[in-house]
Design a binder for this molecule. Structure first.
Ligand code: FES
Length: 235
């Protein structure tokens, strides 16, 4: 057994006399000396530049620009360059479909039937094929969502730790219904299956950010923080 793994708590990179504390977020497993601010801060989750730039907090989820535009062109400028790069990576254009849909959702915020049609033209695939793939994955939004898409896990681990109450708190404090967008256009609240953060229930994904160990009491402050962020970005 290595020295790191034999130390109390098994957290390599941590000073031996530091008390073990569940960090409440999955960014630091002990292998990387990152602070919560670094993981959740601007460097990691700030506005993504159009040429791609830094990965988001949850790289499996298509990034969405804060000012998404359902009418944005597919594709032009830096996004066209990114699309061409995607195309050049794969000899078979079917393999380019998921990253192309990600790019479309990044720009437009959702993948409508019209977007599916455009993507099928761009990749010279049948519309039925593109539609079949897009509708298979729940992470492609089929309808417009608010500035913040709030996905609350209510699967077993989170459910046992109050996921249903966290979901109810989000609906109440955002003032909206399940799957609907709040009147101010800021929040769309949905319920999702396991976010693969079962060690930190209740897990909530907001756009590309993960929030862990969320309790109903945390929700008002969390929503206020997002409201302030949105205001600062639009002022
Ligand atoms: S059960 Fe909630 S993240 Fe897995």
């Amino acid at each position: 057994m290595s020295e790191a793994t034999s130390s109390s708590g098994g957290s390599g990179g941590r000073a031996d006399d530091a008390p073990f504390r569940n960090p409440g977020w999955a960014g630091n497993t002990g292998s990387f000396d990152l602070t919560e601010d670094q993981v959740r801060g601007e460097d990691y989750v700030g506005t993504r530049p159009p040429d791609g730039g830094h990965p988001s907090g949850a790289p499996t989820y298509p990034y969405m620009l804060e000012d998404k535009d359902p009418e944005a062109a597919l594709f032009e400028g830096a996004h066209l360059e990114r699309f061409e790069k995607i195309r050049s990576r794969y000899p078979d254009s079917r393999a380019a479909l998921l990253p192309t849909l990600n790019l479309a959702q990044e720009l437009r915020g959702h993948v409508s039937p019209a977007t599916m049609r455009e993507v099928s033209d761009l990749l010279e695939l049948s519309e039925a094929y593109v539609r079949g793939v897009t509708t298979f994955y729940t992470m492609y939004n089929k309808a417009p969502v608010g500035r913040y898409l709030v996905q609350v896990c209510t699967n077993i681990s989170c459910n046992l730790c109050g996921g249903d109450e966290v979901l109810a708190a989000f609906l109440e404090h955002a003032g909206t219904e399940m799957g609907e967008t709040s009147e101010d256009g800021l929040f769309t609240i949905t319920e999702v299956e396991c976010l693969a953060a079962c060690g930190f229930p209740t897990a909530v994904q907001i756009n590309s950010r993960y929030f862990e160990n969320v309790t109903p009491e945390d929700v008002p402050a969390l929503l206020d923080r997002l409201r302030s962020e949105a205001k600062a970005e639009t002022d």
